[in-house]
Design a protein around this ligand. Structure first.
Ligand code: ADP
Ligand code: MG
Ligand code: ZN
Length: 503
C-alpha cells in the first residue's frame, strides 16, 4: 500500500524501547571487567555465572549514570526503588532470570525534545517534537549465543551452540517512551530523530559508547495503527534490535505499511515480536507476545533497595552537560549556518571537529566546507568516521590560512587536502612537496589575460558592451593558460579592467 494513502485513513503510534550499555569498568552486580572483544568467558565470576550462593552487589557508578540519564531526560528520580527478577527461559543467561526493575524504576515521567525536518517539505527548516519518556530503569545484559554449523547462523540447522558469558551482567539502562502519537507521516522520522537524540545525549553524558553496530545501543520499535479520529490504541508489533538510525526509520515505515495492508484486508494485526532484515528491508514474524506474558516478576531478595538521597541527586544534576540540542543551536548561531547546513554538519558527525577547527583559527564557512565536503565524501568512501581520516582540525585551519593568504586557490586546496588524507604531511608540507602555489606574478597573469582576450574578440566585445557574465568563459581559459596556478577572482578582475569594464 502506498505510504501516503495509509495516512489518510490511519494514525501511526510508535513506542521505542532503547537499551543503552553503560561503559562502566565493571559489571552491574559483580567486579568482572566489561571490555568489548575479549576471549569468550574470560570476564566471568560466580555472580554473573549465577552460581548457587553467589551474592550480587550493585555497581554505584552504574546507579549514578542511571540517575544522570534520568535527569537529562527530565525524569523524576525515585527516592526509593528496588530491583526485580524477570523470570524467563534465557539460553544465554545462566541465572535463568534477569535482574531488572519492574514497577519501581529509578527514573520516570520525563521527556526529550527531538528535531525533525519541518512539515513544509522544503527540507530547509527543522521543527521540535516532544517525546514523552515513561521510564528509564536499570538492568543487566545477557550473554551471547553463537550457533555453529548450518548456513544461516540461526539455531535451526545448526550442529551445536556455544555461549559467551562475558556480556552477561553488563549494566544496561532501558529507556521506554510513552506511545508517540500525533507524528502522522513523520512517525518514522520522529523515531529516528529520537534514537539519534538519545545517542547524542548519552555521548554528552559520557556514560556509554552508544555504538549501534556493536550493540552498545539497541532499539526495539513498537508500531501500531489506529483509524484516523480514533483514540483507542491498535494492536502493536515489536520489531527487535534495529541496529542503525536508518533502520529505525525504515523498520517503522515498513511496519506501518504492513499493518495497513493487514487492516485493509479486514484482518487483525497479530501481537508479536518481529525480526528486522537489514538487507531486504522487511520484518518477519518472531514470537507471539501478549501483554499478559507472565515473567513472574518479584523483588530481588539479594539486593538492598536503591535510595538516592536528594543531595546526591542534586550533586549529579550539577554534572549534567549542556543539552546537545541547545548546544547545536548555540553553535549554529555562532557560526551563522542555515538549518540545512547545520543538519549536514550533524549528519557528517562534524560538530566537534568544526568547533575545534574554528577554535584553531579557520572561518566557520571554510571549516564547514572542508569537513562536510571533500572530507565527508572521503570518510564515506572509506567507511570510517570523518574524525578517523588522519586529518586534524589544525590541518584544516592551516589549509584555510593558506587559501586566505592567497597562496592556494580552491582547487589547489582540494589537492593539498587529498595529500594530507594520503598521509603526505601537513598542508604546508604537501603544498611545498607538490609545488602548489598561486602565481603571484601579476605580469604573467596579465600576459595570459591579454592572450585570451586577443583570441576571443567576440566574447571580449560582449563584455565591453556590458555583458559581464561572459567573463566566465575567459576566466576558464586564463586558468588553463596558468595551468591552474592562478587566483580565479584575480583573473576575473584583470579581464574586466583590461576590457575597461567595472566589476
Ligand atoms: P514490553 O517490553 O513488555 O513490550 P514495555 O512497556 O517495556 O513493554 O514497552 C512497550 C513500548 O511500546 C512502550 O514504548 C510503549 O509506549 C509502546 N506501546 C504500548 N502500546 C503501544 C501501541 N498500541 N502502539 C505502539 N506502541 C505501543
Ligand atoms: Mg520492555
Ligand atoms: Zn562477574
Amino acid at each position: 500500500m502506498p505510504y501516503e494513502e495509509l495516512l489518510t485513513r490511519y494514525e501511526p503510534v510508535v513506542g521505542l524501547e532503547v537499551h543503552v550499555e553503560l561503559s562502566t569498568a565493571t559489571k552491574m552486580f559483580c567486579g568482572c571487567a566489561t571490555g568489548f572483544g575479549a576471549e569468550p568467558n574470560t570476564q566471568t565470576c560466580p555472580v554473573c555465572l549465577g552460581m548457587p550462593g553467589a551474592l550480587p552487589v550493585v555497581n554505584a557508578t552504574a546507579v549514578e549514570s542511571a540517575v544522570r540519564i534520568g535527569l537529562a531526560l527530565n525524569c523524576r528520580i525515585a527516592e526509593w526503588c528496588r530491583f526485580a527478577r524477570k523470570n524467563y527461559f534465557y539460553p544465554d543467561m545462566p541465572k535463568n532470570f534477569q535482574t531488572s526493575q519492574y514497577d519501581e524504576p529509578i527514573a520516570f515521567d520525563g521527556w526529550i525534545d527531538v528535531e525533525v525536518p519541518a512539515a513544509d517539505g522544503s527540507g530547509e527548516t527543522s521543527e521540535v517534537f516532544r517525546v514523552e519518556i515513561e521510564r528509564a530503569h536499570m538492568e543487566e545484559d545477557t550473554g551471547k549465543s553463537t550457533h555453529v554449523g548450518g548456513s544461516t547462523g540461526r539455531i535451526h540447522g545448526a550442529d551445536y551452540s556455544v555461549v559467551d558469558y562475558n556480556r552477561a551482567g553488563i549494566p544496561l539502562i532501558e529507556i521506554v517512551t510513552r506511545p508517540i502519537t500525533g507524528a502522522g507521516e513523520r512517525a518514522p522520522e520522529v523515531a529516528r530523530a529520537y534514537v539519534s537524540a538519545l545517542r547524542d545525549l548519552m555521548r554528552a553524558l559520557d556514560v556509554s559508547d552508544v555504538k549501534m553496530e556493536q550493540g552498545s545501543m539497541r532499539c526495539d520499535a513498537n508500531v501500531s495503527l489506529m483509524p484516523t479520529g480514533s483514540s483507542t490504541l491498535g494492536t502493536r508489533t515489536e520489531t527487535k534490535n534495529v541496529n542503525s538510525l536508518r533502520s529505525v526509520e525504515r523498520a517503522v515505515r515498513y511496519e506501518m505499511t504492513r499493518h495497513a495492508a493487514v487492516l485493509d484486508a479486514g484482518e487483525a494485526v497479530f501481537q508479536e515480536t518481529r525480526h528486522w532484515h537489514e538487507d531486504t528491508g522487511i520484518t518477519t514474524a518472531g514470537r507471539p507476545k501478549s501483554d499478559a506474558d507472565d515473567y513472574r516478576y518479584f523483588p530481588e531478595p539479594d539486593l538492598v533497595p536503591v535510595a538516592p538521597s536528594r543531595e546526591d541527586v542534586e550533586r549529579l544534576r550539577a554534572t549534567l552537560p549542556e543539552n546537545p540540542a541547545d548546544r547545536r543551536r548555540r553553535l549554529q548561531g555562532d557560526w551563522g549556518y542555515s538549518d540545512l547546513e547545520m543538519r549536514d554538519v550533524v549528519n557528517a558527525g562534524a560538530v566537534e571537529v568544526i568547533e575545534e577547527t574554528v577554535a584553531a583559527g579557520a572561518s566557520p564557512a571554510a571549516a564547514r566546507k572542508w569537513w562536510t565536503g571533500v572530507l565527508a565524501r572521503q570518510a564515506n568512501t572509506d567507511g570510517v568516521a570523518v574524525t578517523d581520516l588522519g586529518v586534524t582540525p589544525a590541518h584544516v585551519a592551516e589549509l584555510d590560512g593558506l587559501v586566505a593568504s592567497g597562496r592556494l586557490n580552491d582547487s589547489m586546496a582540494r589537492q593539498v587536502l587529498e595529500g594530507v588524507v594520503a598521509g603526505e604531511g601537513t598542508p604546508t608540507e604537501v603544498a611545498d612537496a607538490r609545488g602548489l602555489e598561486l602565481v603571484q606574478d601579476d605580469g604573467a597573469l596579465q600576459a595570459a589575460v591579454d592572450k585570451v582576450v586577443a583570441a576571443n574578440p567576440d566574447v571580449a566585445e560582449k563584455i565591453r558592451g556590458g555583458k559581464v557574465q561572459a567573463a566566465g568563459a575567459l576566466i576558464g581559459q586564463v586558468m588553463k593558460e596558468m595551468r591552474g596556478q592562478a587566483d580565479a577572482a584575480k583573473a576575473r578582475e584583470l579581464i574586466l579592467t583590461t576590457l575597461g569594464v567595472e566589476g
